[in-house]
Ligand binder design. Sequence first.
Ligand code: GLY
Ligand code: MN
Ligand code: MN
Length: 421
Amino acid sequence: MRMAGEDSIIILLAAPARIRNNDAYYPYRQDSDFLYLTGFREHDAMLVMIPQGKEGQCMLLCRSRDPEREMWDGAMVGLDSAVSEYGMDQAFDFSEVEKRLPDLLHDRDRIYYDLGRNPMFDQRLIGWLNEFRGKSRKTFHAPEEIHALDHMLHDMRLYKSREELSTMRRSAKVAIEAHERAMRLCTPGLNEADIHAELLYTFTRRHCEPSYIPIVGGGANGCVLHYIKNRDMLKDGDMLLIDAGAEYDGYASDITRTFPINGKFSPEQRDLYEVVLAAQAAGIKQAYAGKQWQDMHDAAVKVATEGMISLGILEHCLEEELETEGYKPFYVHNTGHWLGLDVHDVGEYQIDGHSRELEPGMVMTVEPGIYIHPEENSVAECWRGVGIRIEDNIAITRDEPRILTGDLVRKPDDIEALMAQ
Ligand code: GLY
Ligand code: MN
Ligand code: MN
């Protein structure tokens, strides 16, 4: 409210419930901006913040408790708890939006509201503003401007508080447990679906959800970046790429490990794996306050490119491969992203055209990957159909990178030892 200023009003809507078919709904997930400001997890809700005086006013319009509805869907928060439990100054029934909001808009200069997320409400809001303009400007003063709220809010979300970091550590812990269980269980002859189920087993037991659909790709499926079918057999001699994270109390973790399905790296698998691991180590080394976002990517790309040259996957010298981006057919995605309430969290990566400086409280992934398509004829056959990514979650501090997921094995010998358990 301090950032928005005295004469403004801030409006946010909860995410809508979405129908899957007939009367079955998709699992509900609150809008991350709304969750960040309220902790409120029901649909049909609106947060209105009015910066005024010392503290300002926070108002929630949400569903009133309804015993009949509760018999079907379980307990609702309701108006009283919105005030007593969620720290609102006032709460009203959601049906009163039409009645209350126009009055609240009077005398405000600016509205902070993200247009485009809820086209129906956009229309209503613009309709009210037009009505105001049509009326005498003498009786009251109507807002002239609608500002995007997300610039302000997303910058706040980028810097995690101590409490958020502690939640993210717990989310990481659950993901580590899920990956460890999957590694211990993995053996040739299982199906990708078996491993997928094991991941969900751990998430559910730890009161988490997956923060995205897990990627469980055996062999060449590991080269499909968004592979989520997870229905193929796991073959002896292939690698398995698992990209899976937990969502704990709204916050995501995002881990990838790639390991031999039979528990033993072949010499070629180990060689290529070591390249990705060294690239990741180089990237992580750049992840502390004062470095730029781009430094991490550049360091990882350089080491990955050197490694691919030494294995004969790339044939020119380092300078030339970097200059011509010769690594790009095999190193296809960025080396990381912000992490928080969203797995690809909000926050700018550049400011005024320059790579952003890392600051304490930011959390990011470092996830280099090398993918060699099964039909890639330009490289020796032994490399084809192999996709390797290693992904960890890093909290930025003034000194050492803090690896939230650092307890999960990464070195080939450690992976083999865990899988042998
Ligand atoms: N799991 C999505 C990502 O790694 O970015
Ligand atoms: Mn990621
Ligand atoms: Mn991932």
